[in-house]
Design a binder for this molecule. Structure first.
Ligand code: ATP
Ligand code: MG
Length: 452
């Protein structure tokens, strides 16, 4: 897929018809003709085009929307292509054999094409009034705190434009006449680089607190500023994140920290007081001078993760979590060991269980990932012991490399002589020939029993 970055940006950013200063209020639709932007069908995934054409063929309205349009307008490669239509999820199911309906709170159709899934949402409508009507209770429902528990009232494209989160995410591309439609001032914000919540920001955050995280995520990812009325309410409302279901929170955290801009996103989350409700167990170890080992570890692991992503290397959330929670795990181990008069090993294992159990209450980390976190932590003990007979077995452990990387980071952070020595020993051991490795084992001159 080829994206003509410069022309496209130049055209759209110089677009002169954008005159409305009445941002994020209802404004007349601004339609940008094909010649005034350069979104090309070549830049849109074939599968998204197939879905759009089929919907049109059967008489439905259908548009490309969200990140697909936003990123194409910015000359970036979209992560995925989202579609919106006036076909209901049930109508979608009838139209596409490869379609499944997902989500209760926000019902969507996923049209599956092998590796690629095209997400299709029916135009959302307003529901403040309808909500009072019992008949619509299954479609739309608010909790007492203003959180939107269900958002399945359908409407027109104009309604839909106002129900989206950010103005820059509320641009619609029509494949039939190749126009871009802007109902809300999104083009202007895209042009000036502003992240702006549609409507009253506080109400929109109360309806769905994840929107606060999305504001931060897009502002960092796209290098944009945040409108004052969009950023001001965030610190006071940050605690609303405690109410987000654990599965959704886990997904959002990966998007925030494991998508190539993790370190800057983390800094911005801290700035808006959003980090603590996401990671309360970690934040309590933060120091006033930001110089705690926990903070140094977060910085190191996020910068490393960002670099790996830039270099198209694989990243595993298990490593990220193992590193972020490492010092809380150590702290808990010493508390448990002193309190219960247990061996260090027993306390370490108890505390692993304890910490992972607490984390998974608010973050639905899948079991395969918590198992890997356990392995990486447990291997820290085994790496420290260097039991002669087991050294080669440790090296064959599937999580050895991740465990070694964590050991190396710990050594970098703590500047502890023994730990640095240990880390360097393992580094050399991995790259040495077998005869040299045997000599290294024989001549181990290091206190074998390090606690950790
Ligand atoms: P990307 O896919 O690149 O992360 P995106 O903007 O496409 O960015 P998605 O999560 O794919 O994000 O959502 C698609 C679109 O759905 C968004 O652009 C936005 O218009 C709308 N949307 C997503 N989440 C919300 C939300 N919590 N509240 C309101 N609208 C939302
Ligand atoms: Mg998207």
């Amino acid at each position: 897929m080829f994206i003509r970055v410069s022309n496209f940006c130049r055209k759209i950013l110089n677009f002169e018809k954008i005159t409305t200063p009445n941002i994020s209020k209802i404004c007349p639709v601004v339609t940008i003709a094909h010649k005034s932007h350069n979104i090309s069908h070549q830049d849109i995934s074939d599968n998204a085009l197939k879905v759009l054409y089929r919907l049109h063929k059967f008489g439905y309205e259908a548009y490309l929307v969200g990140g697909g349009v936003r990123d194409l307008l910015l000359g970036k490669q979209p992560k995925d292509f989202d579609i919106t239509t006036n076909a209901t999820p049930e109508q979608m199911r009838k139209l596409f054999r490869n379609c499944r309906l997902v989500g209760r709170r926000f019902r969507l159709a996923h049209v599956m094409f092998g590796e690629e899934t095209i997400e299709v949402a029916t135009f959302r409508g307003h529901h403040a009034v309808e909500n009072k009507n019992k008949k619509n209770h299954n479609l739309s429902q608010y909790a007492h705190n203003g959180m939107l528990l269900r958002d399945n009232i359908f409407g027109s494209i104009e309604d839909d434009a106002q129900r989206r989160d950010l103005t820059i995410n509320s641009l619609y591309y029509n494949i039939i006449d190749c126009t871009v439609r802007d109902y809300i001032g999104g083009l202007r914000d895209l042009k000036t680089g502003i992240i702006r919540m549609i409507g009253n920001a506080e109400t929109r955050y109360r309806e769905d607190p994840v929107r606060m995280l999305r504001v931060i995520r897009f502002s960092v990812k796209l290098g944009m500023g945040i409108a004052p009325e969009t950023q001001n309410p965030i610190p006071q409302l940050a605690a609303l994140l405690y109410d987000i279901p654990p599965a959704r929170l886990f997904e959002e955290i990966l998007k925030l920290l494991q998508a190539g801009h993790g370190y800057n996103t983390y800094l911005k989350l801290c700035k808006y007081q959003l980090f603590k409700p996401l990671f309360p167990m970690i934040a309590k170890y933060f120091a006033t001078n930001h110089n705690s080992n926990v903070e140094k570890m977060i910085q190191l692991v996020l910068i490393t993760t960002d670099t790996r992503i830039q270099n198209q290397m694989r990243v595993n959330p298990a490593f990220l979590f193992a590193a972020m929670y490492w010092y809380p795990q150590l702290e808990a181990t010493s508390i448990i060991s002193t309190k219960n008069n247990l061996s260090y090993y027993d306390a370490f294992v108890l505390s692993m269980n304890d910490i992972l159990e607490k984390i998974t209450r608010s973050l639905a980390i899948p079991k395969r990932i918590t198992n890997l976190i356990r392995d990486i932590w447990h291997l820290q003990l085994r790496l420290a012991r260097r039991n002669n007979k087991r050294i080669f077995i440790i090296m064959e452990h599937p999580s050895f490399r991740a465990a070694y990387n964590l050991l190396e980071m710990r050594a970098n952070i703590e500047h502890d002589h023994d730990l640095t020595h240990l880390s360097m020993w393992w580094q050399e051991f991995q790259i040495s020939s077998l005869p040299k490795q045997k000599i290294m084992i024989k001549t181990l001159d290091y206190p074998i029993e390090r606690k950790i």
